[in-house]
Design a protein around this ligand. Structure first.
Ligand code: KDG
Length: 311
């Protein structure tokens, strides 16, 4: 099967609190399948394109549940392996206040952290036109980091475009400077970098506005850049800076919104839309995802977007 986009990374069982309040008050949890890269792949499929996801899951009921959900959402899962010697990762999200989400992972030693360059098949990358990576995968283990660089090597061999969502997860790194070194090494190889402004300022130790951060990244890595601040977003290239204001929505759970936002942007660019149009589409998608618990459930379809935008 020819793919538009291929990605790799960990997906986990997400247990999302059904009530508002501190962790010790939560009694009911809703189960979802979630992970930055599989969220992205589902977002691409909702846009009417084809996506594949490379990963490892525990050979357990959680692993089978995740692969079933991602597959039902139209993503090619032929490159997902089940590992009998390591578990599927789990994480919890709870909401101390309305619209606020706190995350706690139980993912150390998970099956996905054993991903390695051997899991990246040259012919699978060759079959696609875009590679998507996040800054989460290289934080999981040395072999995961090597898998990312192997995918980049093959993407260059076959002239795929590459996007990189920094997805800043401080708890997964030993130090900010270690993370920055890895991010810089990846960002130099890609066509599109995305980051949230808080992460940018922590990692690059600055206090820039989203617009200036966007220009900085685009210039430094000679690529298109996207910088978000909650639901407000900038896109920059060598010749252009575009801005989309945050949409007003009732935020229930913002986790996963950035992945769908970027999927919408990349898929729009692949469909030939301009930076401005792509950013508008992406912003609506990201804002919509915030309105429900779970990362992929609220991602709108291409039909819904077309009717909204008259495309
Ligand atoms: O972007 C959403 C992800 O953060 C979430 O689904 C879990 O992949 C995840 C991670 O590593 O944080």
């Amino acid at each position: 099967m020819k793919l538009d986009v291929v990605t790799l990374g960990e997906s986990m069982i997400q247990l999302n609190a059904k009530t508002i309040g501190p962790l010790e008050t939560v009694r009911e949890w809703e189960q979802h399948a979630a992970g930055a890269e599989s969220n992205f792949a589902v977002g691409v499929v909702r846009m009417g394109l084809k996506a594949g996801w490379i990963s490892r899951l525990g050979k357990d009921g959680f692993g089978r549940y995740i692969v079933q959900v991602i597959k039902e959402n139209g993503v090619d899962v032929s490159q997902v392996k089940f590992d009998p010697s390591a578990p599927t990762g789990i994480y919890f999200i709870w909401h101390p206040k309305e619209g606020e989400s706190v995350v706690k992972y139980y993912r150390k030693g998970s099956a996905a952290s054993k991903l390695s360059p051997r899991d990246i098949k040259k012919r699978y990358i060759k079959n696609s036109r875009w590679l998507h990576l996040t800054g989460i995968t290289p934080a999981l283990s040395d072999s995961c980091s090597e898998a990312c660089f192997k995918a980049i090597e093959y993407a260059h061999d076959f002239e795929l475009k590459i996007s990189f969502d920094v997805n800043w997860r401080k708890v997964l790194w030993r130090s900010v400077s270690e993370a920055r070194k890895v991010f810089e090494k990846i960002a130099k190889e890609v066509d599109l970098v995305k980051i949230g402004i808080e992460g940018f300022n922590q990692i690059w130790r600055r206090s820039l506005s989203p617009k200036d951060a966007c220009k900085f990244l685009s210039k430094r890595f000679n690529c298109e850049a996207l910088v978000t601040k909650e639901r407000d977003a900038y896109a920059c290239s060598k010749n252009e800076v575009v801005h989309e204001r945050a949409m007003k929505v009732k935020v229930v759970d913002p986790v996963g919104a950035g992945d769908a936002f970027l999927a919408g942007y990349v898929a729009s660019r692949l469909k030939g839309y301009s930076m401005r149009e792509s950013l508008r589409i992406a912003n609506v998608i990201g804002a919509t995802v915030c309105t429900r618990r779970g990362d992929i459930e609220a991602i709108p379809t291409w039909d819904e977007i077309q009717s909204k935008f008259n495309l």
